[in-house]
Design a protein around this ligand. Sequence first.
Ligand SMILES: [Zn+2]
Length: 311
Amino acid sequence: MLRSTKFFKRVQVERPNRQSVVTPTDQLVDNVHELAQTILAPAIQQRSKNAVTVDRISVRYYQQIATGRLCSCFKKEYDNPEMHCPVCFGGGRVGGYNVFGTSLTVVDATYPSLTTLNVTMNDEVWPWSFELVEGSLEGYVEAIIDVPSLLDVDVIKLYRTGNYIKVTVRKQSELCWHTLSRSSLLSLAASKEKLVIRVTLSRKCTEDVTPSFTHLYLRYKLITVELYVDMPRPGELRNADNFDLTGLQTTQAFFPATLPRSKVGDIFKDLRNEYFWRITEVTVNNPLGILTSWDVNVRAVESFEIFAQLP
Ligand SMILES: [Zn+2]
């Protein structure tokens, strides 16, 4: 039977202001959480940074590029990039890796809005390469690039074969060409204008083998960042436990929160001995949502692997 509400007297209950009532339980639950979030976790974050700085190994960190232009080495029939491709380093995306603190421009066969004269794209090699058209003594490829606000030019590298290739640069608004170099790029980039890059190929007679190139790799340093890792020293690594089933040397490493992102497939280079390490497993430490450090498993990159060629 349903009870009628008229039999119940409505009583106004004075609710205590929860904010003003202090109980031991509140202290333990609320304050500890707040203390941990505002003081403890940031302290762990800072201590991790400090600890790594004491016994520091300076590294360059390469974050694998997951989106962007599909490399010309990508073979649709196999749904796979070429594992030894110097454009994407086997990852399928142009550039392959972004070095932490830098920005990258790669002028290759997939670069948008290229202008060419007497130059053709050879699509029977992977990655595709630029070559002189038959019967031509000279030709060029031009690309328009946007250079970001940079601190310095980090890398300029043309992947080429043959001797008669030169690279020049000019502001889009001017017609005066300069040889591409760190200093010319720095001074032209200061104008904040778009720049035109021209790669000129030439040969002395038409019977000569054509010079060719696959891509121009330009890397700009955007921020000054010192990144350190904590990992065993080379002398400490040489025991049987540090090799996996395939015979690759493996170990563990620890990055402080200076590094904002770490993923399986990323690579870092020990700047003291130039060794490359590839990350095979990542554990992020972020108590209460505050990033404090990264624990990673890594394996040594062998000298025959394309990653060992990363600029
Ligand atoms: Zn590729």
